[in-house]
Design a protein around this ligand. Structure first.
Ligand SMILES: [Mn+2]
Length: 281
């Protein structure tokens, strides 16, 4: 479906930030990504790294039609006059050698500065540059979902099996919880590294991806924004015409995951100012 087809809802934003698409790997949720690109209009689209997963492609090239359609769509958007800016990440590090050039109308940049409609300056980078400050595998984070009930049952089955083999009790739930706590600590350290960099650069904040965890965090140094990923979570960071940032979760029912936290005691966004407010058709 095309944006200008009558009857198709279109959501309009000033800027859209997406990262960690991992095109070329089976993990990419290309059909949701296509529906997002077909339904959301923006003047400027930022691709914040790990767009093409060259690391996965070295093992095995996986480029079905849906992945090629995403690439075609991005090239078309650029040809139609949208500004498409590609800031490579660690999985598409090779693309960094093209920075400063334009590829099929897509501007390649090592990192960038984005000024919001309300005049704030954000540094845009993939985020792997903060890894050194974190010293903990981002893979930890893929441990995933604290589906507690499932876990408890799994734990019971596992220990039943262990007992039958004369082995001692081992708590899977405790193990996973410990790993999740470590994952949370990892994210907190990553956020802090990004904020420290923003403070150093006299920016109002940092916009990045990399850890596959969409979120905002307001620190003394500014605002941390992570646009998430399109492998598990299908999330995007968007800026509306007034410069306000929010995080969208894209599925059959798009919804706002979070609004940027205001300064302390700022009023909550008005009801109806969510994803529907940006619906224009
Ligand atoms: Mn990455």
């Amino acid at each position: 479906m095309a944006c200008n087809e009558p009857g198709v809802a279109v959501y309009r934003y000033r800027t859209v930030f997406i990262s960690d698409l991992h095109l070329g790997s089976p993990d990419c949720q290309a059909s949701y990504l296509l529906s997002f690109l077909d339904t959301v209009e923006a003047e400027r689209i930022y691709l914040v790294g790990d767009v093409i997963d060259l690391i996965a492609m070295q093992r095995r090239v996986y480029l079905p039609e849906s992945h090629l359609a995403v690439i075609r769509r991005l090239v078309t958007l650029a040809a139609e006059g949208r500004q498409v800016i590609y800031v490579p990440g660690n999985h598409d590090e090779f693309m960094r050698s093209f920075c400063g050039q334009s590829l099929a109308g897509i501007e390649m940049r090592l990192a960038d500065w984005h000024t919001t409609a309300d005049g704030r300056h954000f540094r845009v980078c993939h985020g792997d540059e903060f890894d050194h400050a974190v010293r903990c595998s981002p893979l930890l984070w893929l441990v995933g979902n604290p589906m507690h009930g499932v876990l408890v049952r799994l734990n019971r089955w596992l220990n039943h099996w262990r007992r039958a083999r004369g082995k001692g009790y081992w708590s899977l739930a405790a193990y996973i919880k410990q790993r999740l706590a470590r994952a949370r600590a990892y994210i907190a350290r990553f956020e802090q590294a990004a904020l420290t960099a923003a403070g150093r650069q006299k920016a109002d904040g940092t916009i990045c991806g990399h850890i596959h965890s969409a979120g905002f965090h307001r620190g003394r140094e500014g605002l941390y924004c992570n646009d998430g990923d399109w492998t598990e979570h299908c999330t995007a960071l968007v800026e509306d015409s007034g410069g306000r940032l929010s995080l969208l979760h894209w599925s059959e029912e798009p919804r706002v995951l979070a609004y940027e936290p205001g300064p302390e005691h700022a009023p909550e966004p008005a009801v109806g100012s969510g994803v529907a407010a940006n619906r224009v058709a």
